[in-house]
Design a protein. Sequence first.
Length: 316
Amino acid sequence: MKADKIIKAAKLCVIIGFLLLIIALIFTNWRFPTQSYGKLVFANSFNNGENFDKIEVISDAGTVTLEHDDKYWHVKEADGYHINVILLNNILLNLNNATYYAQRDYSKQLAEELDLGTNGVRVKTYAKGKKLDDVIVGKRTDSKEFWYIRPAHKNEIWMVDGVFLLPREFYSWIMQPVLEFPKDIVKSITSNNITISRTNSKALFTDEKDFPVPLVPILDTASYIVAENVLKINNFDNNNYPEHRQITFSMYGGLIVSYDIYTDGNEYFMIIDLKTTPLPKQTVNAYIKANKLFYDGWVFKLPNEIGEELFNVPLI
């Protein structure tokens, strides 16, 4: 009899233990839903890696659409111009790795405080026209270890790992700077039938009468070009921007960079051309071959400050 009681007690303990396990699992799944906790935030994008081809980044500043062709990612709203590689790598890294870490109790007020409402940045991903993931990214946690996100159309607030670089400024998504070169490689500058040149990178520029030109402010601006937007040349009508200035920079080594700037007095657009002297260095030919795709057939809308200086500042 005593043995029977022990067996019955043991069975009862097993049953109770099993019930407690079930309750614990239910409680865990209630707090941390199986479709979220510990899993990838962009799981559908990860699972559709071969066909994944579009990302929409939506904020109160507008929509930026990143599209992939057979080779490259492009910015749709910039006529398909090349994307900022740093931002692209960041967003792809998060699509591959960001995971749900912990959930917070949801309230509309908290969601707004964490920028998971109207102030959030929404990220939508697609494959061949089919929507994959739809997530709102908000503030970073105080510890800086996690970010707050909310799956779109769900009243959930999650802390997730990752580092989300999602600027609201449209121009940030374009490859920046559009063009950059060291000032000390410039041998001569020509504009408006005036040329200044120097004998070596340490010397002062001189004019055609060999008078020194101690300050060349236009060079500081011209050596680092950023753009607000980009157009395909077929979508740009220079008749609407009748004022024109060309500035040509000849570099040591044989590279020649020409800027053609067009304006109506309010907006400034620039076409960039890369070419060479008759006998350039081999590295110059290689540079042009690798970079022509960033300039051939494109027109760059300049910030007014840069456009005004390039168009108006004289060489001497």
